[in-house]
Design a protein around this ligand. Structure first.
Ligand code: FAD
Ligand code: DLZ
Ligand code: SF4
Length: 509
């Protein structure tokens, strides 16, 4: 029989390792909509709709290129509901002589792929996913050579490897590797000329999927009302161009800013497309560099964007696979509180939280600083169980896959890995949020107060976090300042703050 090439929902790239390994005329591509993948966590409705619609469009695109595609739909009566069950049925249908597949994006699915050779008694080749720049072996070598992993050094290696933003002598463009110091401008005023992502109108394929999702996943979080994602490579490329033309020139400046009712600001909103394979990360970075060289984009913006992709995105993936399947069980700060119910509804008087969660429910999107410094920071300083926080992030964002979500949540936002991914916890009180956003002005809480009925909860929670984690954090040199300030407060103030925090935390239960 032919080769069988299973293509998973986040492998929607024409240039995919397993496809390259076989001859088009001698292969059957297998794509599977399966219940297990739609419900192993209860993904946001728009995330499921995006993935299924992109899969259906991709199957058509592969057929147009001459591939034979065997496509299993979610509502096929014989659908077994799992990748392994569907591969078993496909093996019966096609009697393949061998399976070629591209490695999966999480440990759970990796184990399935690795079980197939024995289970089906046919040769299975699992190809490395070379849509990423850094292989597992390369990352392990890099990590082994260091006492501590740090993104910044990894990133410099990726710059050297790709040649991105290097001058003729191989030195970083402009003399510095990193221009982050220029990228912390607070929110500007709202204006009508702010860029917006393209809102793609659902075609017939997407409409059908939206119907299935609305019916079958009615009890999942999220709304389908404003579904606007690109679902084909052509559409994703149009959004990429929109970003490059309109938002990139100010991406750096306002990267950390937050504005009421403006979910996207100068962000690219390209992560869903990068992560399923509709867009190529390196090609995108080359476009960014071209625009810098043409004088259309300032260096701090081009560098800042490229760093997110060849730096952070590759680095967190490296950490995920390097640390092994138990990474998600880490809980260095022993945080055990349940995730508050308002994470599922957005119903809270904390204006910043209501904004970040509200747009997450309506758009399946929040930008990085909202994820890190609003919902992530709150979970950190309130001491929420990392497992529950991880499941939430994996469910609610259209771009969420374990390899990228887990290190960002467990490592970056919650410090549950004890400082492996980042050197200090991203804990902050209300002052940070007030500086970077316009949320506080319209909040029922007073961001300047630490105690009292109308005091901003982030303030007391922040100091309570500092106080209760002294044993683990006080010796961290990057935490010296807050511990000095905590020590300087009077006993009375400290007691009042901790009582305020305790009262607030008990109100969450
Ligand atoms: P932009 O701001 O335009 O950035 C450009 C691109 O850089 C992104 O599309 C993304 O591919 C990459 N990028 C930026 N920051 C990171 C990062 N920290 N890690 C990896 N890639 C990055 N990103 C995901 O793709 N999937 C997730 O499930 C995810 N979960 C997160 C959970 C938490 C708690 C935090 C703090 C961050 C998470 N991120 C995740 C990273 C980041 O927030 C998103 O990549 C970004 O908000 C996507 O929006 P954008 O495309 O507009 O990004
Ligand atoms: C996330 C997801 C969903 C919701 N549904 C499917 C699906 O029906 N079929 C599929 O092939 N993939 C789906 N995915 C993406 C997979 O969960 C993803 O490929 C794994 O996380 C492995 O990386
Ligand atoms: Fe958030 Fe506090 Fe500002 Fe309200 S006052 S928006 S709770 S930081």
């Amino acid at each position: 029989g032919p080769f069988l090439v299973p293509v998973l929902g986040d492998q929607l790239s024409h240039d995919l390792a397993a496809l390259r390994a076989v001859d088009r005329d001698d292969a059957v591509v297998l794509m599977m909509e399966v219940a297990d993948e739609t419900t192993y966590v209860k993904h946001h409705k728009a995330k499921i709709a995006f993935i299924l619609s992109a899969m259906r469009h991709h199957a058509e695109a592969l057929r147009a290129e001459g591939w034979t595609v065997d496509y299993v739909r979610l509502d096929d009566p014989d659908n077994t509901g799992s990748f392994t069950g569907e591969v078993a049925r496909a093996v019966k249908r096609h009697r393949p002589r061998a399976i070629h597949v591209t490695e999966a994006g999480e440990w759970r699915v990796r184990a399935m792929l690795e079980s197939w050779a024995d289970r089906f008694s046919i040769p299975v080749t699992i190809h490395e996913d070379d849509r990423f720049l850094c292989s597992h072996a390369e990352f392990d070598t890099w990590a082994a050579a260091r006492k501590q992993m740090r993104m910044e050094f990894f990133y410099r290696d990726m710059r050297r490897r790709t040649g991105l933003l290097l001058d003729q002598d191989g030195q970083p463009e402009g003399g510095q590797w990193n221009y982050d110091a220029e990228n912390r401008k607070p929110a500007p005023g709202r204006d009508l000329l702010m860029p917006q992502p393209i809102r793609f109108r659902p075609d017939a394929v997407t409409e059908e999927v939206l119907g299935i999702v609305a019916e079958r996943f009615a009890d999942h979080i999220g709304s389908l009302d404003s579904f606007h994602f690109a679902t084909t490579r052509e559409e994703a490329l149009r959004q990429q161009k929109r970003f490059l033309d309109e938002a990139l020139p100010r991406f750096g400046d306002y990267q950390d800013a937050m504005l009421t009712d403006e979910p996207f600001l100068w962000h690219s909103v390209l992560s869903p497309y990068l992560n399923v394979g509709l867009l190529d990360p390196l090609a995108l970075c080359r476009e960014v560099e071209t625009r810098f060289r043409a004088g259309k984009v300032p260096l701090n913006c081009a560098e800042g964007f490229i760093r997110q992709i060849i730096g952070w995105r590759e680095y967190v993936r490296g950490v995920y696979w390097h640390e092994g399947p138990d990474y998600g069980s880490r809980n260095a700060l022993n945080a055990t509180r349940d995730l508050p119910g308002f994470y599922w509804t957005g119903e809270t008087d904390m204006r910043c939280m209501a904004q970040a969660i509200g747009q997450t429910i309506s758009q399946a999107y929040a930008h990085h600083i909202q994820r890190l410094m609003i919902t992530g920071n709150f979970a950190l300083i309130a001491g929420i169980d990392p497992r529950q926080v991880h499941v939430w992030y994996l469910e609610v964002y259209a771009d969420a896959y374990e390899w990228v979500e887990m290190p960002n949540t467990v490592g970056m936002a919650l410090f549950a890995d004890g400082g492996l991914l980042g050197s200090k916890p991203y804990a902050a009180g209300g002052a940070y949020i007030n500086r970077m956003s316009d949320y506080c002005g319209r909040c029922r809480y007073d961001v300047k107060k630490r105690v009292g009925e109308d005091a901003c909860p982030f303030n007391a929670l922040y100091w309570d976090f500092i106080a209760r984690n002294g044993k683990k954090l006080a010796r961290n040199p990057r935490m010296a300042m807050p511990y000095r300030n905590w020590a300087r407060m009077t006993d009375e103030d400290r007691a009042a703050i901790r009582e305020q925090a305790a009262r607030f935390l008990s109100s969450l239960a």
